[in-house]
Ligand binder design. Structure first.
Ligand SMILES: [Mg+2]
Length: 185
């Protein structure tokens, strides 16, 4: 049953038949969501300590990964069934939202990689109320100005400290001078 001739409805039907033959009931959607993520973690485990290209070069690992992908799909379809979600509709609607969020105009293929990354983290920052990797242009200017002001303050502070030292020295000289003129007995 290859992808190009199999529909999600076909998979749904197969899963339901498989479950019915075993008398499996309807699980709590919370447990289904949890199982989905656990299977995704099992998938991730095959990548632990390896690079992406190590995995790609090893057919045994790709096979193991594909089995975990199937487990994820199992729970995804089961969960969609349980919650009454039409996966195809939901997917297309979400793609439309993603298309607006990451517009073709903003991410046109001509922009630099640096600008692409900056725009990506700007959007992340806007939707999540901030992102550590996003530094707005205005903020860069503000930081520069702040540093310049700090240098100014620091320099003024140094001048002020130097003045205090000078005053103290002067007072000391004055005292010594006084001492010379009228030495104590
Ligand atoms: Mg598994």
């Amino acid at each position: 049953m290859p992808d190009n001739t199999t529909t999600i409805a076909d998979l749904r039907k197969k899963i339901n038949e498989f479950r019915a033959r075993r008398g499996w009931g309807k699980e709590d959607p919370k447990d289904m969501a949890l199982s989905l993520v656990l299977e995704a973690s099992e998938l991730l485990e095959h990548f632990q300590w390896l690079s992406g290209s190590d995995v790609m070069r090893n057919p045994k690992i790709v096979q193991a990964v594909s089995e975990e992908m199937s487990d994820v799909l199992w729970w995804l379809i089961n969960l969609a069934d349980r919650l009454g979600v039409d996966l195809s509709d939901a997917f297309i609607q979400k793609m439309q939202k993603t298309g607006v969020k990451y517009s073709e105009t903003l991410f046109n293929p001509e922009i630099s990689e640096e600008e692409r990354t900056r725009q990506y983290y700007r959007i992340k920052a806007e939707t999540r109320g901030g992102h550590p990797l996003y530094e707005p242009e205005e903020m860069k200017v503000e930081v520069k100005e702040k540093k310049r002001d700090e240098v100014r303050v620091d320099s003024n502070q140094k001048n002020s400290n130097q003045k205090d030292v000078d005053d103290m020295l002067q007072q000391l000289f004055d005292l010594l001078e006084k001492e010379k003129v009228s030495p104590k007995e």
